[in-house]
Design a protein around this ligand. Sequence first.
Ligand code: PNS
Length: 160
Amino acid sequence: MKVGIYPGSFDPVTKGHLDIIERSSKMVDRLIVAVLNNNAKSPLFSVKERVNMLKEVTKEIDNVVIDSFSGLLVDYAEKNHANIIVRGLRAVTDFEYELQMAQTNRIMDNNVDTIFLTTSLQYAYLSSSIVKEVAINNGDVSKFVPEYVVEQIQKKLNIS
Ligand code: PNS
């Protein structure tokens, strides 16, 4: 069984993430979307809220499971018998950081390979940070995130 992991912060999940989830889920038997539980960052949504949003927006995709992890990604991958890490590449600016992570992970565990999917063009500009900035300044984020996430952002920021 081919198990892939799509790790990230997903604070919150965007249509760009969803596009990567839909496409990569077709390449593996089981795709684990894993939310990093990282105390160092100060997120808008808790890990539990992010996991719930991911569950809601991926509920139609049978082979996708949502989870969270802390510690090293390669350790989490090994525990879950996954040897494929999926990441999306939006632009050349992502490349250096992604290459560094992929190479570090592979040196730590050479059973793990990272595959990169280029983000669909209509989402190439998108990031969770930009979505948060637009939302905090009362902008409409419905083009950037699924409807359910729009509602959760509005709740969180007390916007009606
Ligand atoms: O969505 P993000 O914030 O760009 O995702 C980054 C993530 C979660 C993939 C990365 O920070 C990660 O894998 N963290 C876990 C710790 C780890 O394994 N670090 C070593 C790899 S460089």
